[in-house]
Design a protein around this ligand. Sequence first.
Ligand SMILES: CC(C)(COP(=O)(O)OP(=O)(O)OC[C@H]1O[C@@H](n2cnc3c(N)ncnc32)[C@H](O)[C@@H]1OP(=O)(O)O)[C@@H](O)C(=O)NCCC(=O)NCCS
Length: 440
Amino acid sequence: MSIEKAQFVSWFRSASPYIHVHRGKTFVIQVNDKVIHSDEFTGLVHDLALLTNLGIKLALVFGTRDSIESYLDEKQANSEYHNDIRITDADTMEFAKEVAGRLLMDIQAGLSMGLGNTPMSNAEIRVNTGNYVSAKPMGIIDGVNYEFTGKTRHIDVDAMLDKLANGEIIVLPPVGYSITGEAYNLPAVAMAADVAIALQADKLIYFMEKDQQAVFMGEKQANQLNQAEAQGLLTRVDGRSDSYFCLKNAIEACDNGVERVHMLNQEQDGAILNELFSRDGSGLMITTSAYDVVRKATSDDIGGILDLIKPLEQQGILVKRSREKLELEANCFTILIRDGVIIGCVGLYPHPDDKVAEVACLAVHPDYHNDGCGNQLLDEIENEARRLDINQLFVLTTQTEHWFLERGFNEASPGNLPIEKQALYNYHRNAKVLIKKFEV
Ligand SMILES: CC(C)(COP(=O)(O)OP(=O)(O)OC[C@H]1O[C@@H](n2cnc3c(N)ncnc32)[C@H](O)[C@@H]1OP(=O)(O)O)[C@@H](O)C(=O)NCCC(=O)NCCS
């Protein structure tokens, strides 16, 4: 997606709660050659430039399948497949090397292009590539000899991490070299999973054909699956399809320590930015982390909320609330539940006549700090407030001023509060008043 300079400020404002979550993280991204030859490629280059400049470490694995297919078509030849993996003969391997080299240059050219009229206009992206992946032959499976189709043998993780730490984007062709000096054609989807596992990447991101990705999106309303749900989905997907192969590798990556795998539609402009920097995302995410539920509280949840906020009340961080008061106000609360335990809460108290609402009692259990839970809760009540036709939030805080300022709140004074709230303002506590106006 080309975010032009003029749009950048508003994009940055909406994305800012997510930026700190991703900064310093390592993502492995897999694209196929169709994307590289499409109109969407320029937009993707802009997105990758933006991600790098936000401090995200990127390794890009590209595929060569379409180019090889066209080459074979021209020659009126066919590749044989077994288990959805091409059997690469010597002639096709020669072409695979040629096309990998060409695509590598196309990608490097793309990543070197000036990004005029975008916020990245003077940003230089350093691209790195190398023999990080060694391979071995896939061998003979079910009596079928895969010839020059290989699989990953070893990944030079230290060397890759070194380059990534240096801010370089690593671009990897789907070719691995054996210690006997031969090159092997690697299935890019599997190779990307291997690289993500070896690097213990925070995310593996697959860009998929629209139709293949749609297979997943129709399956479930939510855009998030845990590993067990993903395994269930695998049994319902056609075992000969690209979707199956991709999902199988995604699960494999999750099973081996990659926390999140995203499957995005490669034809959707800005898919990666939408997925990473918005609450609802744009694709399907498979996650190893426990499944979170965010919902409105009921009176049954008051015990869990009290457990969470009591220590903070005792430290004077939160104002004391009695059980009775909480029970009366339960419907003002939104809670975040992980594995059945309430690990976060926040209250929204509307003053409908003034079209403003108070954010209160925001708390996340200390075991889960710095994982975006606070953001998630704030997002949730901001959406709720908008639905209630509220156009301004306020919060009174003694120790969390900067957290709110970084999320679009601005300093105000007690005089800016609704009249009934002004009367209750405790000058002894001297809490800061912060206000966030919604853009109309
Ligand atoms: C404030 C709070 C809800 C944030 O929850 P969280 O899930 O850790 O928040 P997120 O993961 O979304 O954000 C983490 C970021 O906020 C920063 N942060 C946490 N507390 C902060 C504070 N008091 N002031 C400024 N920044 C703070 C963290 O350092 C981290 O920033 P980093 O990524 O740059 O290191 C949590 O720290 C908490 O429960 N605090 C005690 C209760 C409280 O103060 N509530 C506010 C009452 S008005």
